[in-house]
Design a protein around this ligand. Structure first.
Ligand code: AHG
Ligand code: MN
Ligand code: MN
Ligand code: MN
Length: 332
């Protein structure tokens, strides 16, 4: 039973049975993520004071200029996840290939793979606007005792055992699910403890916010153009309000609290949109569905798509159930 103001540590212990395989490892895995998130939070908060803003000088496999905080967050999450006997492999937005972790006994007997977007919304770092972290956790599918393979990472989203995000906003929050609803914890930075502030989060069935990068309007499919015009029409409680931060985590977090839809469609310039299926869309879809919302590629459920590549991109329609269903009608 979720109790408001319970600490995240207490909550994890009390709800251990929620984990599909409750050996305690998954609880420890969430624990290491909350620790890494605190370290990253500390650094994000100092951006502007110390030399951590701006480009790192490298380009990642997505063709994006890595920011210093992308690299810092990536290193911190990988270090924290590697130093424990739980994770056998990590895939990250910032690494071309997945990382194999053999474990301290070098026997490849760790059970879980983690897929991560260490710093989401990089373009917001230098301007003091919210950024985030997204993670997705699966049980490996290849036999224990052997190194992980790409098959352990290319699992359908419906196989996730846990997923979550951290939003480094006006306050820092960790929101996660293990398939038993969604709970949000707010960090008290003075004492470094997360408290349950948003128990059993529910995505409103309807909303009046639409979030899309309308600068790309001319390149959108006709269905998306028509849906945008629908959002702007003066009838039945419309026009909706446009809100777009440019950080998936922050945009979805806001919409989950207030009700709304987030769309990153395909376009004539990017045939699968921009967002990455494995460490952006699937984990957000798991959380959103667990809160009663919906996530699709405009036609099909995101979590039922069969991944073919680590850095695969996919169009993303995500948010209040009725709004996503309406957008899907326009896509037919
Ligand atoms: P990341 O910073 O991890 O590369 O992700 C950026 C993503 C996502 O956070 C955001 O919603 C989207 O890119 C914004 O893209 P546009 O600038 O094209 O709107
Ligand atoms: Mn990026
Ligand atoms: Mn991202
Ligand atoms: Mn990122």
């Amino acid at each position: 039973m979720a109790k408001k103001n319970q600490t995240l540590g207490e909550f994890i212990i009390e709800n251990q049975a929620d984990f599909q395989y409750s050996s305690g490892e998954l609880s420890r895995l969430i624990n290491s993520i909350r620790l890494a998130a605190k370290v990253v939070n500390h650094e994000v908060n100092k951006a502007g004071l110390v030399d951590i803003t701006g480009a790192a000088g490298e380009v990642n496999i997505q063709g994006e200029d890595q920011q210093k905080l992308d690299v810092y967050a990536n290193d911190k999450f990988i270090q924290t996840l590697t130093n424990r006997e739980i994770v056998c492999g990590i895939a990250s937005e910032e690494n071309d290939d997945f990382i194999t972790i053999c474990g301290q006994k070098e026997d490849h007997n760790n059970k879980y793979v983690v897929l991560i977007d260490p710093l989401d919304g990089s373009s917001n770092i230098d301007v003091n606007v919210s950024v985030g972290t997204i993670f997705s956790i699966y049980r490996r599918v290849t036999p224990m005792g052997s190194p992980v393979t790409i098959d352990d990472f290319l699992q359908e989203g419906n196989q996730q055992v846990a997923a979550g995000y951290v939003v480094y906003g006006t306050s820092t929050m960790l929101v996660y699910t293990t398939g038993h609803g969604v709970n949000g914890f707010t960090l008290n930075p003075a004492i470094g403890t997360y408290y349950l502030s948003h128990p059993n989060m529910q995505f409103p069935e309807d909303g009046n916010i639409y979030s899309i990068n309308e600068g790309n309007y001319n390149h959108f499919p006709q269905g998306v153009k028509d849906y945008i015009k629908y959002c702007q029409n003066q009838e039945d409680g419309r026009p909706y309000t446009a809100r777009y931060i440019g950080s998936l985590v922050s945009d979805i977090h806001r919409n989950m609290i207030k009700g709304g839809i987030y769309i990153y469609p395909k376009s004539s310039t990017s045939s699968n949109g921009k967002l990455r299926l494995l460490y952006e869309c699937n984990p957000m879809a798991f959380i959103v569905e667990q809160a009663g919302g919906k996530a699709s590629d405009g036609h099909q459920r995101i979590m039922d798509l069969k991944p073919t590549e680590l850095h695969q991109r996919v169009p993303f329609f995500c948010g209040s159930k009725n709004m996503v269903e309406k957008a899907e009608e326009f896509m037919k």
